[in-house]
Every structure is written in C-alpha cells, then in structure tokens.
Design a protein around this ligand. Structure first.
Ligand code: ATR
Length: 266
C-alpha cells in the first residue's frame, strides 16, 4: 500500500530493536488486510519519552520488546488478565487516550500449538524467564504434567511451584516419558546456531518439539528432533501469530488463519 496523508504510524519499541523483523511482518499483514499504516522500529532507552511520543502522536498500536516487556506496565491504564498474571506485556493499544496492555505471545503460543493434543501429556518446558512463564500460563488449563528445566535451577523451581509442576535436570530426562518439549531459552538462536539446549538427548518419534526461536527457522534442537522423526514446530509460527493477534486486537478484526500459512511460506 502506498504511503499517503492518511497513513497512520505504529511502533515497535525496544533497546536494541534494529534487529526486529516486526516492521516487515506488520507491513505484510497490513497489506493483506488493507490497513493504511506503517510500523516503525523506535530504538530508545528512555521509556518515559517513548510513552509520551505514543500519546502525543496517537500511536494506536505499539509492539513491545526487550527490555520493556515488564517496565512498561507502570505506564499502563488497563491490563489484560494474562498481563496481570505474567507481569509482562508485548502489546500496547491506545484507546480514547488510555493505554491498554496485552500479551499476544500467550495467544501466539496457543495458536502455534493448536493442532497438538495437550491433554494428559508430559510436557517439558526448558527455561524459566518471561517466555517460559507465557508458555506455562498458556498451558495452565490443560490436564497435563508440566516439567521445568533451567540452567538456574532455583528459577525453574519457582515456576514449578507456581504451576504445580516438577523441576527436573538433564539427567532426569532419560527416565521420563516426555511427549512435548518446548524450548523458551535463547540457546540455538542466531548467531549461536550450533548450540542446543538438549545436546545429548535422544528424541523419540512420538514427540512434538516446539522451539520459540525463529532465527534460524530450524534450530539445532529441531534438526535433531526431526532426524528422530519427531514433529517439529518452529518459533516462526508464534512470531507470526502474535503479530496477527496484535493487529486483530488493535483494529477489531478477525484475520483468516490461512494468512499465517501464506506468510510462513514467504
Ligand atoms: P525471556 O524473557 O525472553 O524468557 P529471560 O528472562 O532472560 O528472557 O530468560 C532467558 C532464559 O534462557 C532463562 O531461562 C535463561 O536461563 P537462566 O535462568 O539460567 O539465566 C535461559 N538461557 C539463556 N542463555 C542460556 C544459556 N547459554 N544456557 C542455558 N540457558 C540459557
């Protein structure tokens, strides 16, 4: 869509944010659904200045990335239930002068896993940061056993206690019949693409492995899981779904989910 006098501006804010793929992804979505807007990456360490800009310029949609996902909450007027539970937001929408916060990572995680049977399963969550909390929250109503593994065990224990799960270490994995493995750490992300959070694990064909990383599309973890015949889900699906959910929330749309597949294939 051609930029003109009616074009509105959305932001993705972070520090740093220049690596973000969100401007390109949002552009593709806006073109697909016919929204006359652009999403600009604003790199600024001063969150108060960013909030003032959002309000002054009337920025309808702001995608929020590190390190502001938690600190942004002190500027928010209305939080969704997920944001309240997680203490983190990735989306801010300006409505009639008030800032509303959402966490579409939770929505994206649920959609990325929508074709996976999540009930009565043993699910291993690797990592214990904000992304792990979003995964645990997305799975909290499933009738499944959650196992938490993290480099810093104390953080995994806090999550395990909160979500009635079990903290495990790598040695325990050989004795557990894990059905679904979800990596929420940055291990294996570009440029450290040879690293894996489970370098010695023997994957099984019945397993589903979901890696939240989207650069690269096929991480070392997924490569090894695929070689064993496991079902693999890349972080690209989550990345696209969380952006689609942002656009839906902001513009009150219901976007046909086939768009996700089209965007995945480009
Ligand atoms: P996010 O909010 O994106 O989840 P985070 O809170 O910094 O980010 O959490 C990152 C997760 O990746 C943590 O679980 C971290 O482990 P620690 O709790 O021990 O820090 C994990 N992680 C990051 N780098 C890692 C590495 N090189 N090896 C193992 N785990 C790593």
């Amino acid at each position: 869509m051609q930029i003109n006098a009616d074009t509105t501006v959305n932001f993705v804010i972070g520090n740093p944010v220049k690596h973000s793929h969100s401007p390109i992804l949002h552009q593709k979505i806006y073109e697909h659904v016919g929204i006359n807007a652009v999403l600009l990456a604003i790199d600024n360490p001063d969150l108060t200045a960013l909030i003032n800009s959002i309000k002054t310029l009337g920025v309808q949609l702001t995608a929020v990335t590190l390190p502001f996902k938690t600190s942004i909450l002190e500027h928010i007027d209305v939080c969704s239930d997920a944001v309240k539970a997680l203490g983190a937001a990735n989306t801010v929408i300006l409505k009639e002068g008030f800032l509303h916060a959402y966490n579409t990572d939770v929505i994206g995680i649920k959609l990325a896993l929508q074709d996976v049977d999540l009930d009565h399963k043993n699910i291993l969550i690797i990592g214990a940061g904000g992304a792990a909390r979003a995964v645990a929250y997305a799975l909290k109503d499933k009738q499944s056993a959650l196992f938490f593994m993290n480099r810093t065990q104390a953080r995994a224990k806090i999550l395990a206690d909160h979500y009635s799960g079990v903290m495990v270490c790598e040695d325990d994995l050989n004795h557990l019949d894990i059905d679904i493995i979800i990596n929420t750490t940055s291990v294996g992300m570009f440029p450290h693409t040879q690293a894996s959070p489970l370098p010695y694990y023997e994957f099984k064909a019945h397993q589903t492995v979901f890696d939240l990383i989207y650069t690269p599309k096929e991480t070392r973890l997924l490569y090894a899981a695929k070689a064993a015949g496991a079902r693999c889900i890349s972080g690209e699906t989550l990345f696209i779904e969380q952006a689609l959910a942002q656009v839906e929330l902001c513009y009150g749309l219901a976007i046909d989910r086939r768009v996700c597949n089209e965007l995945l294939n480009h």
